[in-house]
Design a protein around this ligand. Structure first.
Ligand code: DX5
Ligand code: ZN
Length: 215
């Protein structure tokens, strides 16, 4: 199981030290939530700050776009060379074109589904992406409650991936903690994002280990 701390819950007044601390604590990726105030009712960070994050990080970035104009924002963040760049299927008329564009820039493309979006929308996309991100909260804010129906959705997506012989990873994002992580792992998740659970803990290392089910 890979763990991607969401820096939305980090102390932004102390961002460099926070990034260094989660990298040292054993995270696998750094999850960066980009919100535009239109697709979601919150506004976060742009490429200037994310570039500072990338410089402080010893782990690759996983950039999650929650925006209306995906191509515009993708072009702002692709030069930072994240490992993954993911965008919402609900907000993209030409997802296959954007997936191709991201890959041609040397970045792994991923697609994100809101909690209400069915996985059958992925039927003709699943073999083209490196990751599917299932939202387990309504996007926009850290610290919300996990929606348990995403456990079954994860299981169904795992079946779809196996049936179609696709290579993509499953990431789940929102309300994840040491208690729901075992169910998600059992259902077939590969990467778990956690913001509030890690950054509000006394020990980032122990929180990451709890999600990885290492005790
Ligand atoms: C929600 C974001 C998540 C969120 C996760 O819109 O995509 O990445 O910050 O934070 P927690 O783990 O606090 O729900
Ligand atoms: Zn996210």
């Amino acid at each position: 199981m890979y763990v991607a701390p969401s820096i939305l819950s980090a102390d932004f007044g102390n961002l460099k030290a926070e990034i260094e601390a989660i990298c040292e604590a054993g995270c696998d990726l750094i999850h960066v939530d980009v919100m535009d105030g239109h697709f979601v009712p919150n506004l976060t960070i742009g490429p200037v700050v994310v570039n500072a994050v990338a410089k402080a990080a010893t782990k690759p970035l996983d950039i999650h776009l929650m925006v209306e104009n995906n191509t515009f924002f993708a072009d702002l963040f692709l030069p930072l060379k994240p490992k993954f760049l993911t965008f919402h299927i609900e907000e993209e008329k030409h997802p296959l074109r954007l997936i191709d564009h991201i890959r041609k820039n040397g970045v792994s493309p991923g697609i994100v589904l809101n909690p209400h979006t069915p996985i059958n929308s992925l039927e003709y996309i699943i073999n083209e992406v490196d990751m599917v991100l299932l939202m387990s909260v309504n996007p926009g804010f850290g610290g919300q409650s996990f929606m348990p129906q995403v456990i079954e959705k994860t299981r169904a997506l795992r079946e779809m991936i196996d049936k179609k012989n696709a290579k993509c990873l499953i990431e789940v994002d929102g309300g994840i903690n040491g208690l729901n992580a075992p169910d998600l792992e059992e259902a077939g998740a590969d990467i778990l994002v956690a913001g509030n659970y890690i950054f509000s803990s006394n020990s980032y290392e122990q929180a990451i280990r709890a999600i990885k089910l290492e005790f």
